[in-house]
Design a binder for this molecule. Sequence first.
Ligand SMILES: [Fe+2]
Ligand SMILES: [Fe+2]
Length: 249
Amino acid sequence: MIWIMTTLERAEAAEHALSQELDRVVVKSVIYTSGERDPRVPIPRPPDQGKLVMMGQDPRLPQMPAKPTLIDYFKYRFGPANHLLQSARLAQKSGASEKIVLACLVHDIAIAGFIRGDHGYWAAQLLEPYVDEEVSWAIRYHQALRFYADESVGYKYPELYAKLFGADYQPDAYIERDYKMARDHKWYMTSRLICVNDLYAFDPNVQVELEEFTDVVGRQFKQPKEGLGWDSSPSAHMWRTIMCPTKYL
Ligand SMILES: [Fe+2]
Ligand SMILES: [Fe+2]
């Protein structure tokens, strides 16, 4: 009998082999595999052979410094962040305020290093304890505003979206609801400016260095002294998950 491995089985075998090379057993969280496997079925645990489970920094990942900064997350966990750097530079060139430059720099960190779906909401939550309220608000709502044109600032529905989601794509009801709410909010234009700078920040030929924004981050991002993730903010655990995504508990 010929047994052909499916892509998932191959990936699991490779994962298993890798896990065997590690000192500790790695078990992926349900969210990493859900869809590729049925989340109602328990995730099979690789035979532990007496090994302990992963409870810290995964040795397959670049090690984070003991007291990581936002810049360290860019270096070791978000990459390549060229889209973010380009949009921040565009904002800066257009004379936008430093708050908006920072907002552009971090608007898609959830895609870059955490979870894609609802990325604007996730990023806002990650950032909320550390940035001006207007910045996290604007990042939360860029998620919805991106789907709606605003001719007053020359923002058209992105061609990229038509390509990615199909010409007839309609945003979910909650996106439309949040768009309508944001449209009438005093910080609407801050969020809209993220979208404007977002639109033109996909040039593969433009390389921007992270160091260009060290000072902006220094002034606009409240770096916790314990290190980002080791502090006690309401989103610190999310940063720790980005740092140690395979932690068993
Ligand atoms: Fe985005
Ligand atoms: Fe973006």
